[in-house]
Design a protein around this ligand. Structure first.
Ligand SMILES: [Zn+2]
Length: 255
């Protein structure tokens, strides 16, 4: 049976998301931004929390872990390379490691850059990816602990997922990301169409995620840094892709 997901807003602009295996009843919370919001989502769905899959150590992704673990006795899986910065971890994982949620088969992709040990969780059979603060819809996370080259490599890993993969990120930043993306590629037709779609969703108070990898490849300037027209747009026609990426990221930081 296919996985089910439940997305809910929490904190200022974070998203929480649950992934549920209807066969076994297992349910994982991707990160734990806020215990009360996760509890409310569990109540609404009637699902029972069995696992927390942590993408990175930032407080707005981990501060609900202790309370949820105490209440549900759930397993906490966290990135090996920064597990020492996360409390209550049961299992640490790295590149290629399998992560099962009941009968759902997930695996880990290391996607460092935003933090040094950031990971993403991919469920290939369900074409789902949980990417934390690495990839956002029409954007990407700030490069805080890593460097631009590292972040570019992480984004390439996510870009290589099948086009129909739906990805869930940690924040609702799509509107601001689109405004910035238009400064890089003002004539990108796919981006213009997406902007209309996103405006409709937001005016109806609906989330703009999940988005698909295929759509992002056409619309997200951070995934398009190796295209000649994008390199040219930022005045770096002969530069390696990661330098183009670094320039776009730098411009977004100042936007
Ligand atoms: Zn973060």
């Amino acid at each position: 049976m296919p996985a089910q997901t439940y997305l809910f807003p929490c904190l200022m602009d974070n998203y929480g998301v649950l992934i549920h295996d209807p066969q076994s009843g297992a349910t994982a919370s991707i990160d734990a931004p806020e215990a009360a919001a996760v509890e409310a989502a569990l109540k609404k769905t009637g699902w029972k929390l069995t696992d927390i899959l942590v993408t990175h150590h930032h407080a707005d992704h981990t501060q609900g872990i202790a309370e949820l673990k105490q209440h549900h006795r759930c397993r906490v899986v966290a990135p090996r390379n920064e597990a020492q910065r996360i409390a209550n971890v049961d299992e640490t994982v790295g590149e290629g490691d399998p992560v099962r949620v009941g009968g759902l088969d997930g695996k880990v992709l290391e996607t460092p850059g935003h933090t040094a040990g950031h990971i993403s969780y991919v469920f290939p059979a369900d074409k789902l990816a949980f990417v934390g603060d690495t990839l956002f819809s029409i954007g990407c996370g700030r490069v805080i602990e890593g460097n631009a080259e590292m972040m570019w490599q992480s984004l390439l890993k996510l870009r290589a997922l099948p086009d129909d993969t739906r990805f869930y990120c940690g924040h609702e930043y799509t509107d601001a990301n689109i405004r910035f993306a238009k400064t890089i590629e003002p004539n990108n037709k796919a981006l213009t169409a997406r902007a209309d779609e996103v405006a409709k969703l937001l005016s109806a108070h609906k989330p703009t995620i999940p988005a698909t990898i295929g759509a992002e490849k056409a619309e997200n300037p951070f995934l398009r840094a190796d295209l000649p027209e994008v390199a040219k747009a930022v005045g770096l026609a002969a530069s390696p892709a990661w330098k183009v990426f670094a320039e776009i990221r730098e411009r977004k930081n100042r936007f």
